[in-house]
Design a binder for this molecule. Structure first.
Ligand code: NAP
Length: 488
């Protein structure tokens, strides 16, 4: 197959926290894949920066090992690995001190794209941003990339935005939400705005409800203390699920341009009604035969933090009036699966003897957009069951698993981090969150969490390997609906 990859401009990318878990498991393997694909130009350089006193050669050894651990399925040659490692440099630097900053200033090139990836805790963002400017390292158009969590609540997100804004303009700030880099998420926009088929039906008149599920089968594994201070609402809903909701519900932007898209997403967040407590179910996973419970994992027997949440939400605008959006996410569930389901209404009148709901056919179309596993989409349509026996209706999926439909093109598609890092170098902010979006999401989230705190109630419990607490099923049953299966 002819490669469609166009190399990006020459760049210097500094990874603060270049020795950390995220850099080793995600950022550098992603860059390596782009390198192997020919997207990194010869003049590109990557500079790791952290406090550890490593030589460049020790850093290359560390990253060489990390790449081999992370990329078992990669068929890149030893030659590629050696060539990639030769692009790496390392500078010992202390984000809070004076060490290393002049050395960094001395090697940065002013005439190439400069990007600074803050792969460190948010408490260091301000220190790094300040020093990049104070030491005249970052040029006017230098980009900074910041990781989640972007704040813990509205005041902390505002502080973080204000701190970064003192040193960098908004068009230079790239707030990563890796969900936005997923192929299917972008395909959601292509599906909606590149076709005539769906958009006329994409509203309360034709859509019965929408389900957004992000299910994980793992627990809080090793992150118990951090997670207990956060919970599913802060860790997943405020950012990832909110972004999926926005892309599903937003109005067509006037063009595929960063601000046009982000303006429309912001309007959705602002139109989200505050859910009533009865619209929310929170849960904590129980121990199983071989696994510990949430309370054991977070080492806090009194914890009231949720490892699962289901919500029934309403968007107060013309398009969605009367169409609920059901969101759920949790840990230690039956399977690892993320999808968006658009459940259309049943036809208003059936002309067939075998009416909707009989003969196996439901009569209501269902479009599901799978983020993982097996990225793809399927559309459930009702057809006549083949053979004799009259007009018996059955539902069949029109399935498009990208890997099957598009072959190599889909299986070789870059992963979310690869795409997003290349977007930073290209200067394209469409798939990154704007400061006002993040603040609006917290402004919606905070009062909900405050209500829980005031009520001081324990979340429901659920079995490890289940679909969450019973009460989440009831939330749907009350409305005469049901969640889609979490397929194993
Ligand atoms: P980590 O493994 O603890 O790494 C932290 C990095 O920061 C290390 O390289 C550390 O190196 C460096 N560092 C710490 N203090 C420093 C200082 N004063 N000056 C310069 N460097 C310093 O953390 P991580 O898991 O990579 O996470 C980094 C950030 O990404 C966090 O905000 C995290 O929440 C976020 N994140 C991580 C993941 C993930 O999968 N890991 C996913 C999403 C978001 P030295 O100790 O040598 O200085």
């Amino acid at each position: 197959m002819v490669s469609r990859v166009i190399p990006v401009e020459p760049f210097d990318l500094v990874i603060f926290g270049g020795t950390g878990d995220l850099a080793r498991r995600k950022i550098l393997p992603s860059l390596f894949r782009r390198f192997c694909d020919g997207q990194m130009p010869d003049q590109a350089r990557i500079i790791g920066a952290a406090r550890s006193d490593l030589t460049v050669s020790q850093y290359r050894d560390l990253i060489g090992q990390a790449l081999q651990d992370a990329l078992d399925k990669c068929d890149c040659s030893d030659e590629n690995l050696a060539a990639f490692l030769a692009c790496l440099n390392y500078i010992p630097i202390d984000a809070k001190g004076t060490n290393g900053w002049d050395d960094l200033a001395a090697i940065m090139r002013p005439d190439v794209v400069q990007a600074y990836y803050f792969s460190v805790g948010p408490s260091l963002f301000g220190d790094i941003a300040k020093r990049l400017k104070k030491h005249k390292i970052a040029g006017k158009d230098a980009r900074i990339v910041v990781e989640k969590p972007f704040g813990h609540d509205l005041p902390s997100a505002r502080d973080l935005n204000a701190t970064l804004a003192k040193h960098f303009e908004e068009h230079c700030i790239y707030r990563i939400d890796h969900y936005l880099g997923k192929e299917t998420v972008q395909n959601l926009m292509a599906l909606r705005f590149g076709n005539m088929l769906f958009e006329p039906l994409w509203n309360a008149q034709y859509v019965d409800h929408v389900q957004i599920t992000v299910a994980e089968d793992i627990g809080v594994d090793g992150r118990g203390a951090y997670y207990d201070n956060s919970g599913a609402m802060r860790d997943m809903v405020q950012n990832h699920l909110m972004q999926l909701l926005c892309l599903t519900a937003m109005e067509p932007p006037s063009k595929f341009d960063p601000d046009a898209v982000r303006d429309e997403k912001l309007k959705v967040i602002r139109a989200l009604e505050a859910p009533h407590p009865s619209d929310i179910v929170r849960g904590q996973y129980l121990a199983s035969e071989d696994k510990t419970s949430y309370l054991e994992d977070c080492e806090n027997p009194d914890s009231k933090t949720e490892s699962f949440i289901a919500l029934r939400l309403h968007i107060a605008n013309w398009r969605w009036n009367g169409t609920p959006f059901y969101l759920r996410t949790g840990k230690r569930l039956k399977s690892r699966m993320s999808e968006i389901v658009i459940q259309f209404k049943e036809p208003p009148h059936s002309i067939f003897e075998s009416a909707p709901g009989q003969g196996g056919g439901q009569g209501a179309n269902e479009l599901s957009i799978r983020l993982q596993p097996d990225e793809g989409m399927d559309l459930k349509v009702t057809i006549k069951e083949p053979g004799m026996g009259g007009m018996r209706l059955i539902d069949v999926p029109l399935d498009m698993t990208f890997a099957e439909a598009l072959g190599e093109q889909a299986t070789d598609a870059p992963d979310a981090y690869e795409r997003l890092i290349m977007d930073v170098i290209r200067g394209n902010q469409t798939l990154f969150m704007r400061g006002d979006e993040v603040e609006a999401a917290w402004a919606w989230t905070d009062p909900i969490i405050d209500t829980w705190k005031a009520a001081d109630e324990r979340p429901y419990t659920y079995e490890t390997g289940s679909t969450g607490p019973e009460e989440a099923l009831i939330l749907m049953h009350q409305d005469g609906r049901r969640w889609r299966d979490l397929k194993v």
